[in-house]
Design a protein around this ligand. Structure first.
Ligand code: AMP
Length: 486
């Protein structure tokens, strides 16, 4: 059966969502599976398709994974069956590999030094090459994910005689692209970032005597279990957490800081810290700059819930235009695998957002969102606002136009699907039906990070990729192969 999850005609923005959540903990005196459950619970926004946890006790690995939200996959009794002192967890939304239980992570492999459990966030760009290499060596790949290939590459190096750390470092050198990894082993926990540090990964501490260590995609995954943020895992670094504490190895010869700017703008939770920056504050400043660069004549400012709200508040603060809640989001929607009826589909976005007539009727509205990708969400929202009587609708976007696909783990579709690739801002305004449209400037987006602009990957805005990227044809072929399941 071919499951073509890359077919986005269905125009539902949830289909685009990607960027997995990863978590790991070393804490013999704690219920590690339970803490991992809560860590994943806080990272749920990074992937809602499947969830999994693997734990290690002195003798063996235990794991459980399934399709669904963290709270749907696990219950008390499943967690009680996951004993141990080390745990790794994962929440997934697929960029590579089909939507199928077998592709849920962590990926568990056997090696001569015991089992490994690998949780991966990101996307490799040399998967075809890596897969050929692994298949030639008779690796029995059972899933369609690049994450499993990473697990097999690790196993291959270890089985060839290397120890856990040497073997892992050798395997990391074979990977190209974006990878933040949390790897459980029988004796310790590893945290790894690719040489560019594209996807985030932070270290936290838990307890005082002894101090134990936690790894999470974002600091909100630490906060929920009462762990304290220590620092980021650095680009090209391996952290090794054992009974002795924390050890660091810079495994990449050419590390550079290139965090994905889209994490800052949209993906990560606003209460997380990235580059030592609270993302709510960053997004608020983006909205303030947007109001300075592109003011609008309006009565109220709305944000597209949830990710557009901090920028909308910033826009309101800088412009003096009142902030209002005009769109109510159903926060319990989550992911549904039940397709709406055709009539429901017609009403489109209202599955998720409902406009408040009392707030909007007769008003000139500025609607602020963090990004426009294909333009589907904004077109439906604008129509919904007009349907309840908004007299003017101006749209302001707190990032520049997205014009290039991401090969590093954010699923924003192919270049042909990106509305800003072939259309000018004026043409986009017509297509989404607004009275005016403006995007935040590139300079403002970077200046407000308060970091050197070279610290970020912004390929989706510029096409300046950090690595060679697969040719479109090659990539499509790979994707089609990877979404073939039995
Ligand atoms: P679109 O409808 O394709 O223009 O998507 C833009 C909307 O989806 C905005 O409301 C964004 O907050 C949100 N968004 C941006 N990037 C993504 C993504 N990769 N996956 C899902 N939603 C996204």
């Amino acid at each position: 059966m071919i499951v073509n999850h890359l077919n986005f005609q269905d125009s539902d923005k949830d289909k685009l969502e990607e960027a997995c959540g990863i978590f790991g903990i070393y804490a013999p005196e704690e219920e590690v599976a339970k803490l991992t459950y809560f860590g994943l619970y806080a990272l749920q926004h990074r992937g809602q398709e499947s969830a999994g946890i693997a734990t290690f006790d002195s003798t063996q690995v235990h794991f459980y994974k399934d399709m669904g939200l963290v709270s749907q996959v696990f219950n008390e009794s499943i967690l009680n069956d996951l004993p141990g002192s080390i745990a790794v967890g994962h929440t997934r939304y697929s960029t590579t590999g089909s939507s199928h239980k077998v592709n849920a992570q962590p990926s568990v492999v056997e090696t001569r030094l015991g089992s490994l459990a690998v949780s991966h966030n990101g996307n490799l760009v040399n998967t075809m090459h890596l897969r050929d290499e692994l298949l030639k060596k008779n690796c029995n790949l059972v899933t369609t994910t690049d994450s499993e290939m990473i697990a097999f590459a690790l196993a291959e190096e270890i089985n060839a005689g290397a120890d856990l750390l040497q073997g892992s470092i050798r395997a990391f050198h074979r990977l190209l692209g974006a990878f933040s990894l949390v790897i459980g082993t029988p004796v310790g926990l590893m945290g790894v970032r690719d040489p560019n540090g594209i996807r985030p990964l932070v270290i936290g501490t838990l307890g005082i005597n002894p101090v134990r260590y936690v790894l999470a995609s974002e600091t909100c995954g630490l906060d929920i279990i009462g762990a304290k943020y220590l620092r980021d895992v650095k680009p090209g670094e391996l952290v090794w957490i054992t009974e002795e504490g924390l050890a660091f190895f810079q495994w990449s010869e050419k590390p550079q800081r290139k965090l994905c700017i889209f994490e800052m703008i949209y993906f990560a939770r606003p209460d997380s810290l990235m580059h030592n920056e609270n993302l709510y504050s960053y997004r608020l400043r983006l909205g303030q700059r947007l109001a300075e660069e592109f003011p609008a004549n309006a009565d109220i400012v709305l944000g597209v819930p949830d990710s557009g709200i901090p920028a909308a508040i910033g826009f309101s603060q800088a412009s003096g235009i009142a902030y209002a809640e005009g769109l109510i989001k159903n926060r319990y929607v989550g992911r549904t695998f039940i397709q709406p009826t055709p009539a429901m589909r017609e009403s489109g976005i209202r599955m998720k957002f409902n406009p408040l007539k009392d707030v909007l009727c007769g008003k000139r509205v500025v609607i602020v969102d963090d990004s426009i990708v294909r333009g589907t969400t904004s077109r439906k929202l604008v129509k919904a606002l007009r349907d309840v009587g908004a007299v003017k609708v101006h749209m302001r976007v707190s990032s520049p136009p997205v014009t290039y696909p991401c090969f590093y783990g954010i699923d924003i579709g192919s270049q042909a699907q990106l509305i800003a690739t072939a259309k000018s801002v004026e043409e986009i305004a017509v297509q989404i039906g607004v009275d005016s449209l403006a995007y935040l400037s590139w300079d403002a987006m970077l200046e407000e990070t308060r970091k050197d602009s070279t610290n970020f990957c912004s390929a989706c805005f510029t096409g300046n990729y950090l690595t060679p990227v697969p040719e479109t044809a090659e990539y499509s072929k790979l994707m089609l192969e990877q979404v073939t399941t039995t």
